[in-house]
Design a protein around this ligand. Structure first.
Ligand SMILES: CC(C)(COP(=O)(O)OP(=O)(O)OC[C@H]1O[C@@H](n2cnc3c(N)ncnc32)[C@H](O)[C@@H]1OP(=O)(O)O)[C@@H](O)C(=O)NCCC(=O)NCCS
Length: 231
């Protein structure tokens, strides 16, 4: 099992293994309470690991205040701007160029029962991105979730908090398995799934048609009871 991703059975492909992850989640975790923890870290992992650990302990990213509300016509201008961002075009199935009728048809699919879509609003009520479900399987009680954050709102934990809130919502609907499919080269999104408590399951090869190219997708899932409490 990967020391950085203890909830993953098969995460060797995953690129990000920070020193704090290794230290906190690895075999040194039991020593964290002892007085000689930092000297041991220094000796075993070096100064960089110790600095990273102290940095994470003392400057942990605050959880951003966000709200998910039903995506509506009033969000369309900001939604379009986010959808036109190159990273969103790269990692979602938003067509490029976008046919004139496409957005209306896409929005119409989210009736709240078969699929749901949410605008992400920041503390000031400004549009910070959007989050969607795939087709909700009410028989199998399974759903896939997706998200895209507006460029100006990135790097502050918005995606992670969005995924947490949306996952909580999905479990409240009775879902028994919630998934996220993430391109193998979308390291930031994989990190988001891991931080939200998802487990890496493996790679699905050559799936989805993203603007004319097929791609390999990491499959991540979470089950009831696995959502971490708090930040
Ligand atoms: C991917 C995306 C959702 C991340 O949104 P965000 O609000 O910036 O994400 P968060 O701030 O919650 O977390 C991002 C994490 O990835 C890390 N990260 C960012 N770039 C990274 C990279 N290239 N490699 C590894 N990790 C990276 C960040 O450091 C952060 O982790 P940390 O909190 O431990 O430092 C956003 O960039 C986006 O909308 N991209 C385009 C659309 C998309 O990819 N959607 C997801 C489809 S599956």
């Amino acid at each position: 099992m990967d020391a950085a991703y203890p909830n993953n059975r098969n995460s060797s492909r995953h690129p990000r293994r920070s020193a704090p992850d290794l230290l906190r989640r690895g075999k040194f975790v039991d020593e964290a309470s002892t007085a000689n923890f930092y000297p041991k870290v220094l000796k075993r992992f070096g100064i960089e690991a110790m600095v990273l650990l102290i940095h994470e302990e003392h400057y942990r990213r605050p959880v951003p205040t966000i709200r998910l509300i039903t995506l509506g016509d009033e969000h369309v201008p900001a939604l379009l701007e986010t959808m036109r961002d190159p990273e969103v075009l790269r990692f979602t199935r938003t067509p490029d160029p976008m046919p004139e009728e496409w957005l209306g048809q896409w929005l119409a699919r989210f009736d709240g029962t078969h699929r749901a879509a949410f605008a992400i609003l920041d503390a000031e009520g400004a549009f910070a991105g959007y989050a969607v479900t795939g087709a909700i399987d009410w028989d199998g009680l399974e759903v896939e979730l997706g998200y895209a954050i507006s460029p100006s709102a990135r790097g502050r934990g918005v995606a992670t908090e969005t995924l947490r809130q949306l996952t909580r919502w999905a479990f409240a609907q009775g879902m028994q398995r919630v998934t996220a499919l993430i391109a193998v080269d979308n390291a930031a999104s994989s990190r988001v799934a891991w931080k939200a408590g998802y487990t890496f399951e493996g790679v699905l090869r050559s799936v989805h048609n993203l603007n004319g190219r097929r791609c390999d997708l990491e499959s991540w899932s979470i089950l009831p009871g696995e959502l971490p409490e708090g930040p």
